[in-house]
Design a binder for this molecule. Structure first.
Ligand code: MD6
Ligand code: FE
Length: 201
């Protein structure tokens, strides 16, 4: 479970298939109101390869203006759906002493999508961990240190795995190098969903 002394924790197979299916169903319901959209990069305006949406009071956004949290969906202008209990309960189980998350980012990866190395640092209080849930196809995750260009380690994230970035590793660089298509039958259309729960404010 502990990956390394820095504080990252990996709970392999944390969710049963039944629990995973329940979460996918909840996401399907919520994305009817808050559809997946293609975010763009600050400055360049280039499209990211993942598609995103959010649940909770605040949604993490990236567009030409930069990274931020905002209360409305960028294309519908509506507030984000509330975070489904099936997702929130994982935070309550693993982080009972932490304040409840106000932001739930949903990333959808097609077979060819990737996520370049980044830090999660748009939140106010870095002492609150970030919780990440993997669903669908296996991904190759890369975890580095708190400085760009340092040593990194790679491991696979499989459907039902839950990871915490906490302690010193809360600000570790991380990214997704690739997806392994066809490694899970959870999502009918294939691909991978990553859910990150955070306390933004
Ligand atoms: C992903 N995850 O697993 C991307 N961020 O698709 C993240 O960016 C991430 O896994 C913060 C904490 C845990 C994560
Ligand atoms: Fe991240």
């Amino acid at each position: 479970m502990q990956i390394r002394p820095g504080g990252a924790e990996l709970y392999s197979d944390y969710l049963s298939v039944t629990e995973q299916t329940e979460i996918v169903e909840a996401i399907r319901t919520c994305t009817q109101r808050a559809p997946l959209y293609t975010p763009t990069m600050p400055r360049t305006g280039k499209s990211m390869s993942v598609r995103m949406t959010n649940f909770g009071k605040l949604g993490w956004m990236s567009d030409q203006k930069g990274y931020r949290y905002q209360a409305e969906h960028p294309t519908t202008g509506e507030s984000w759906p509330t975070i489904p209990d099936a997702i929130l309960n994982i935070w309550r189980d693993l982080l009972p002493d932490q304040p409840e998350p106000d932001a739930c980012l949903i990333n959808y990866y097609s077979e060819t999508a990737r996520m370049s190395l980044h830090q999660d640092r748009d939140e106010q209080d870095f002492s609150v961990p970030v919780l990440s849930i993997s669903l669908g196809d296996t991904a190759l995750f890369r975890l580095g240190g708190t400085k760009r260009g340092g040593k990194t380690q790679s491991f696979k994230l499989r459907s039902g795995d839950v990871m915490l970035l906490k302690g010193e590793d809360r600000l570790a660089y991380h990214g997704i190098d690739r997806i392994y298509p066809g490694t899970s039958s959870l999502l009918k259309q294939g691909g991978r969903i990553n859910i990150t729960l955070r306390k933004a404010l």
